[in-house]
Structure formats: structure tokens, C-alpha cells
Ligand binder design. Structure first.
Ligand SMILES: [Zn+2]
Length: 497
């Protein structure tokens, strides 16, 4: 395994580069948040959370190879278009690219993340780091990236119906446009719990439908058939403002479970300006995850239908004064909720447009609902963030227990006995949190059987026990989320003949 290589400069080899000798120390340094070195054997771990959600941004620290002169220039790249770095950086069809000027301090932190996909497959990619020092010497490092994919095929979430029958513009005669809308709705509903909702009788729910000329006049319609869950009318408009919209029905009723009313609406609408979003450049109609970077949603490109429809659905589902808890928060100008404040560190502001200006999702570092043009990551297709889901919960939704909310847990309960003089190898298992773990012995190395080690990266307990006995020790694991508490567990290991 080659971890480093030295390039020729001016026809001379300027750094010693012997196979098998000093390779680790002679490569640029990459460390994780626990201060551990990442290299060919210890991959950078990224997570693709369950559901179509903005994934955590993982911080790494890069530093100079031994003997490199400062200042220097570092170039990070990867070949996978779904990977991205924090700004300033570029994302695109050939993967992300980031250049960093390294000053005298020599170390810089970088955020790495991956745009979600819809399969449950783990992935392996490669991060390339080139280091060019001020005397013209270069080093490079290829670091494996392991993506833990937590998508699951089961679980449908809150039931929903999308009704295109009030589209008078012809915009939704196109099958792909309808597919994008239905997918965006399923993506939201996957995270919401609709267990036990009472059915809504035919004709019982009233919803306002705007006329095709935009937000001027309209009419009320009633649901033609009985349904359970959320009924969303999606249709085209051509208004003077070139603006799309989304809202719950204030003329309708509230959801209930076993006759008990919830503060949740039963229907709503999403209106799509057919010519484009604040422009007349039309729409990018795509569900290709590898094309996420095309969807800048700025005025100089066709806007991304998924992004805008997803956003307007957010208004229809929770971010609107038609929801009583949202209305109260909007009147105060901030949304006060314990779980939201715990996650964000403060109560988020709400503005007149029913957006959350200034709110950046702490895990993904992307702008939260209504703040999508901000955050620390490259502009691209808008996604549901963990913050958005907690905001929806604060307005009255129940969240399904998806992986982004799973608490850190040590799964292993007991250890098989070891035999004196024989090799032992058992991997401790953890789950939950952001699953990039750091293991350590809370009770100290001398509580393990002599000759045993606990691998900090993998949780593997291994060694050859030299003496019989009962060994009691405590193991501690931390996940990538540094705000979360570490977990500890006591283990008993018997070593016998
Ligand atoms: Zn909005």
C-alpha cells in the first residue's frame, strides 16, 4: 500500500522516498476529530443517513508532511460527484475540488460530506490530498472514504395523496415532473409518523385552489373521496411575480387520532410557476443524485423543480401560520422548543415569509428551511435537514425513529471467554449517533488481560492472553457528534486454560 509518494522537482528527487520506509510520516497528515491519524488502513467514514436527508459534514484536519516548508498549498479532490467539501470549493461532474493556502500554522480543518442517494449500499471512494510546499516539493496522499449507508427499504411514514387534477396549465401532464413532485412528497413523509390517523370522509375537507393566473383569486374544492393522511393539490400557475407557493388549507380541518385532534392540517397546495422561479428559464427536472450540484437555484439557471417543490411542501406541512403552534411562534418571532434549542443551540428566528433566516443545520452545515442559499456547503439541490425535521416536530408532527435520531449505544453485552496462549479477536459493536466511533478503555489499559489491546478505530479487542483470570474493565465510545455524551459499558472477560 503506497501512502505517499514524492514527485520530481527540476529533475531531482527532493525527498527520500523508499518503499516501506517512513511512508506514513512522509505523507501529508490527515486527522479526524478525535486526533487520530487517517491513512490507507484507517478510512475517513462518512454516513448516508436513513431517508433522503442532508448528511453530516465530517471534519478532518490536514497538516504538512514531515520536512515540508511552510507556507504551502493543499489541493483536495475526489472523483465521486456526490462528494463535497465546505466552501470555498467546487462541486461538479468530476467530483469536488478545494484549494487551501496553508500559512505558517500549517494545519487546516476541512469538512467533507456526501449528497444522499436512495439505495442502501455502503460505498468506497477515495480522497486525494496533494501538498505543494513553498520550495516546490510535492507530496500526495490517497485516503479511502467509507460511506456507511443507512437507507432502508421498509417504512412508509405519514400517508399522503398528491392530486394533480386542478392543474389547468398542462405543466403536470409531463410524467417526469409528476414523478419529481411525488418523490419530494415521499421524502418528507418518510420522516413523519402518521400512525393511527383517522380517515377523512369524502367531502369533509375544504382546500383553496388558486386560479391559473397566480395568487389573486381562486375557489374552494372538497375532497372527492375518503382519504387518510395529507392531501396535497399540486398545479401550475402563471403569475406576475414568477413565484411558486405552498400552504396548508386553512379552510379545512385538523388531523385526529382516535377522535383526538392534532395541531396538524389535513390538506394543502403547492403552486408551481410554470415559466421558472423568479426567471423565465424553465425548470431542471431531475432526480439524479449525481446532478445535485447543477441545482444552484440562482436566477441565471433553470431552477431545480425538486428543490422548489420540496421547499413549498415544507410550507404546506409545517412552516406556515395555518399551523397553530407555528402561528404563535411567528407572532413572537422565534420558535421556542426544547429539542430544537438543544440541537441548534438557540431558538431560531422566524421571518414574515415563514422562513428561518440565519439557521444553519449543525450536522450537515447546510442552510435550514428558508435559509437554503446559506450555510457552509456548496449550493445545490435543496434537502430536508435534521433541523427541519425538529422544526416540524415543534409544530406538532411526530417523527419516526430514523437513524439521524438514534442515540449512541454500545450493542455488545458480553464477551466470549479467551483461552490462555491463543489469539483472541472480538469486535465490540456500537450503533446510533453519527457512526464514526472512537473507542477507549475507561478503566485504563491495566484492567485488560496482559497482552490485550482495544483498537480505537474499530472497537476490536485483540491479543494473546498470557495468564488465567477474570478481567473486569469499562469501555467508552464516542461518536462523531462531539456535543453528544460518550457511552460506557462494563465487561467481564474470562481467560482460562
Ligand atoms: Zn418559502
Amino acid at each position: 500500500m503506497t501512502r505517499s509518494c514524492c514527485l520530481l522537482s527540476g529533475g531531482m528527487v527532493l525527498a527520500v522516498c523508499l518503499p516501506g520506509l517512513g511512508q506514513t510520516s512522509n505523507a501529508p497528515l490527515v486527522e479526524d476529530v478525535f486526533g487520530r491519524r487517517l491513512d490507507a488502513e484507517h478510512a475517513l467514514v462518512l454516513v448516508d443517513w436513513e431517508g433522503y436527508l442532508a448528511n453530516p459534514a465530517m471534519e478532518i484536519v490536514i497538516g504538512p508532511p514531515e520536512g515540508a516548508a511552510l507556507p504551502a498549498r493543499a489541493v483536495l479532490s475526489a472523483a465521486e460527484p456526490r462528494l463535497y467539501f465546505n466552501l470555498p470549493s467546487q462541486a461538479g461532474p468530476h467530483g469536488p475540488h478545494k484549494e487551501i493556502a496553508i500559512g505558517e500554522h500549517g494545519r487546516r480543518s476541512v469538512l467533507v460530506s456526501i449528497f444522499p442517494d436512495r439505495d442502501g449500499e455502503d460505498e468506497v471512494h477515495e480522497l486525494k490530498l496533494e501538498w505543494h510546499d513553498s520550495t516546490g516539493v510535492s507530496w500526495s496522499l490517497q485516503l479511502p472514504i467509507h460511506v456507511v449507508d443507512q437507507d432502508r427499504s421498509e417504512g412508509s411514514g405519514f400517508p399522503a395523496m398528491v392530486d394533480f387534477s386542478h392543474d389547468q396549465t398542462g405543466f403536470f401532464e409531463d410524467d417526469m415532473r409528476r414523478r419529481v413532485v411525488i418523490q419530494a412528497m415521499q421524502d418528507w413523509m418518510y420522516f413523519l409518523d402518521g400512525t393511527g390517523l383517522d380517515p377523512i370522509a369524502a367531502g369533509a375537507e375544504q382546500t383553496f385552489i388558486w386560479n391559473p393566473d397566480g395568487f389573486i383569486n381562486g375557489k374552494h374544492v372538497a375532497n372527492a373521496t375518503e382519504y387518510t393522511g395529507f392531501l396535497l393539490y399540486v398545479y401550475g400557475i402563471q403569475g406576475v411575480e414568477l413565484r411558486s407557493g405552498g400552504e396548508p388549507s386553512r379552510a379545512g380541518g385538523f388531523q385526529s387520532v382516535g377522535g383526538k385532534q392534532l395541531p396538524l392540517r389535513r390538506s394543502g397546495g403547492v403552486e408551481v410557476e410554470t415559466r421558472g422561479n423568479y426567471n423565465e428559464l424553465g425548470w431542471l427536472v431531475s432526480l439524479d443524485d449525481a446532478e445535485w450540484w447543477r441545482a444552484t437555484n440562482l436566477r441565471d439557471v433553470p431552477n431545480d423543480l425538486y428543490s422548489i417543490v420540496h421547499h413549498e411542501m415544507g410550507h404546506a406541512l409545517f412552516s406556515n401560520a395555518g399551523y397553530p403552534l407555528f402561528r404563535r411562534a411567528k407572532e413572537r418571532g422565534v420558535l421556542e422548543d426544547e429539542r430544537v434549542a438543544e440541537y441548534l443551540g438557540a431558538a431560531p428566528r422566524i421571518d414574515r415569509s415563514e422562513h428561518f433566516p440565519g439557521t444553519v443545520d449543525p450536522a450537515s452545515r447546510r442552510g435550514a428551511f428558508g435559509n437554503e442559499y446559506h450555510g457552509e456547503m456548496p449550493r445545490g439541490r435543496w434537502l430536508i435537514t435534521k433541523a427541519d425535521l425538529l422544526l416540524a416536530q415543534a409544530v406538532g408532527h411526530r417523527l419516526r425513529p430514523t437513524s439521524a435520531f438514534a442515540p449512541l449505544t454500545i450493542e455488545t453485552d458480553s464477551l466470549p471467554a479467551a483461552r490462555k496462549g491463543e489469539p483472541y479477536r472480538v469486535r465490540l459493536r456500537a450503533s446510533g449517533g453519527i457512526p464514526f466511533y472512537d473507542w477507549e478503555l475507561a478503566s485504563g489499559q491495566d484492567t485488560l488481560p496482559p497482552g490485550f489491546q482495544l483498537d480505537a478505530y474499530s472497537g476490536e479487542l485483540h491479543g494473546v492472553a498470557g495468564e488465567n483470570g477474570r478481567f473486569e474493565f469499562r469501555v467508552r465510545v464516542r461518536d462523531y457528534n462531539r456535543q453528544a455524551a460518550a457511552q460506557e459499558k462494563k465487561f467481564l472477560l474470562h481467560v482460562q486454560e
